[in-house]
Ligand binder design. Structure first.
Ligand code: ZN
Length: 287
């Protein structure tokens, strides 16, 4: 099942056609995408009974972030061995976790404002939580995952790496620095949700090209390890790490420039496109 945020309204889609959840369920479920996660188990049971073949044709430009107002947004650094190596560090023994603040969330076709000339890209598989979970055992972790979406952990490297302590959370939380979408795909749609191709390109040139079976900490282990410390809430978003090929590790470094089109994909999940601009006035993305 694919769940999407269509111009602020919850829809079920096959990627081409869609139906509004509130209409198709006769109001059993509401319009607000973020509220659907509070009823995710009930919602998915219902959503599997409906057909979208006779729905309306999707306009991709109207898709927004699948979880537009998460209460918590986590990200895992150095979670691919090859990416840890290009950063010059050993693969970590425990996940290196930081937060991306929720105001940085944007959608799958958003304009990405570049606040400086050292903004970098990180293609990531993103987990959205669908069931409250505290101290979740690894074997039950997938029961807490609503589905998977595509994301970019956009990173302003100067802010991130300046000061006595690295400022990961601030450097990765400028407005629009967490594009996600184009929809949420449930795990049962994927042959193997633990082994998916992932990558990104700038203006058509491939910059990252990896597979999620290279993750050091699997999606289930991330859920287990985060929830060992704090409760995970419906709608929470977890960026799970990026494969090798990021701009800052290249010689010379490659950073995003005005007019660049950054395309990011995860096999079986979808593709998102960020158009880079400098000097644009920040306006909150519709969600
Ligand atoms: Zn990242």
């Amino acid at each position: 099942m694919k769940f999407a945020n269509y111009n602020g309204r919850a829809v079920v889609t096959d990627g081409v056609r869609a139906v509004y959840v509130a209409d198709a369920s006769d109001g059993k479920f509401g319009d607000a995408p973020d509220h659907i996660f509070d009823q995710w188990d009930e919602f998915t049971a219902w959503a599997r009974t409906i057909t979208v073949r006779d729905g309306f044709a999707l306009d991709p430009d109207l898709l927004a972030a699948p979880s537009p107002r998460p209460r918590q947004v986590f990200a895992v650094g150095l979670n691919y061995a090859e990416h840890a190596r290009e950063g010059g560090v050993e693969p970590p023994a425990e996940p290196a976790v930081f937060t991306k603040f929720p105001t940085s969330i944007s959608g799958p076709r958003a304009v990405l404002e570049l606040p400086t000339d050292t903004v970098d890209f990180e293609a990531e598989l993103v987990v959205v939580i669908g069931r409250h979970g505290f101290r979740v055992p690894e074997r039950q972790a997938w029961d807490h995952i609503a589905g998977l979406t595509v994301g970019q952990d956009i990173s302003e490297r100067t802010r991130q790496l300046t000061g006595p302590m690295p400022q990961f959370s601030l450097g990765k939380s400028f407005p629009g620095f967490s594009p996600t979408g184009p929809w949420l795909v449930t795990a049962d749609e994927l042959d193997n949700p633990n082994d998916l191709g992932i990558g990104c390109s700038i203006n058509g040139q491939v910059m990252q090209d990896g597979r999620t079976d290279d993750l050091i900490f699997s999606l289930a282990q991330i859920v287990q390890k985060l929830s060992a410390i704090l409760p995970l809430l419906p709608g929470d978003v977890i960026f799970t790490g990026t494969p090798s090929g990021v701009g800052v590790a290249r010689k010379p470094p490659v950073f995003l420039r005005d007019g660049d089109v950054l395309e990011t994909w995860v096999e079986g999940v979808g593709t998102i496109t960020s158009t880079c601009r400098t000097g644009v006035q920040y306006a909150p993305a519709h969600s």
